[in-house]
Design a protein. Structure first.
Ligand code: C2E
Ligand code: CA
Ligand code: CA
Ligand code: CA
Length: 287
């Protein structure tokens, strides 16, 4: 049922009517927070599973709220998408990521930082200025397009001509596109034929429990089969793969044996501040 907590965001249970009131309140707070500069970007390292080195980062937004503390994206991205505020918020994350990545690139060089990228919502892809925003973010930061990886979900990509044109323009600019949460959508395989992706990110749901023995649950065997199918498909289509949500060494080892060379997850490195990433990259500077 509809509840009013100790704060003034109204929460709705799933399946209820469109949360217009909640969105209006949260939207106003989001707009205020954007103007007040309350959003920041943290970075989760992308790790080479064989060399145990950071080779890139995924950018993840955080809201440092004056009364709520740090708010996680799961609690405001959906409302930001419904209200359209994801467009200015996403532009901020994009620009900040490019600025920060260009700084790391200048400091550490392209062997150390090979990829950096934000998540991009469907709503942003539909914005007619999106491609120009990306071009401007690259030009203003000096970041080469080849280092920028935009993470898109299947549902964001599955939306008609305009999006398809934007994706091809980005591809032509050298920007790389990653298909996020791969395997959770309904048409992953057919989508890859139409979509100029360079990277697929195997969803965490296939990594969870993948380390369990083959003689364990049928679920573990099914996850391994999906992970194996994804790596074979990626090899055939010349795509890079990243396994997401690796939480222990047994999972990392299983994925290595299946042929994965890049991973992300709390076991490898958690999302961290720019200063922490800088310290990590400095520790592995190539001589
Ligand atoms: P995602 O793009 O799939 O990002 C991965 C999420 O999994 C991140 O959560 C990350 O902190 C978390 N994660 C990483 N490794 C592990 C692990 O080993 N175990 C577990 N349990 N979780 C792990 P976060 O930062 O809370 O972001 C959640 C989602 O919010 C993201 O999922 C993405 O869809 C969305 N998001 C985050 N930042 C942005 C943004 O700037 N723009 C847009 N449009 N969406 C964003
Ligand atoms: Ca992502
Ligand atoms: Ca993901
Ligand atoms: Ca996700």
């Amino acid at each position: 049922a509809k509840q009013r907590g100790k704060d003034n965001w109204v929460r709705f249970a799933p399946g209820m009517e469109r949360p217009v009131v909640a969105d209006a309140q949260l939207g106003a707070d989001l707009r205020r927070g954007l103007e007040a500069g309350e959003f920041r970007v943290v970075y989760q390292p992308l790790v080479d599973l064989h060399l145990n080195r950071v080779i890139g980062v995924e950018a993840l937004v955080r809201w440092q709220h004056p009364t709520r503390g740090v708010v996680s994206p799961a609690d405001f991205i959906p409302a930001a998408e419904r209200t359209g505020l994801i467009v200015p918020l996403g532009r901020f994350v994009l620009r900040e990521t490019c600025r920060q990545a260009a700084q790391w690139l200048a400091e550490f060089g392209p062997e150390v930082l090979q990829k950096a990228g934000p998540n991009v919502s469907a709503r942003q892809l539909h914005d007619p200025d999106f491609v120009d925003d990306v071009r401007a973010a690259l030009a203003d930061s000096g970041l080469p397009g080849e280092l920028l990886v935009l993470e898109l979900t299947e549902s964001a990509v599955l939306r008609g001509q305009q999006v398809s044109r934007a994706l091809h323009e980005l591809h032509d600019m050298g920007v790389r596109l990653a298909l996020d949460d791969f395997g959770t959508g309904e048409s992953s395989l057919s989508l890859l034929r139409a979509f100029p992706a360079s990277i697929v990110k195997l969803d965490k749901s296939f990594v969870d429990g993948i380390e369990l023995d083959d003689d364990g649950t049928p679920e573990a065997a099914a996850r391994q089969a999906v992970a194996r199918a994804v790596i074979q498909m990626a090899g055939a289509l010349d795509l890079d793969t990243v396994a997401e949500g690796i939480e222990n060494e047994e999972q990392a080892e299983r994925l290595r044996r299946l042929g994965y060379s890049l991973g992300q997850g709390f076991h490898l490195a958690e999302p961290m501040s720019p200063a922490e990433v800088g310290a990590m990259l400095a520790g592995q500077r190539v001589a």
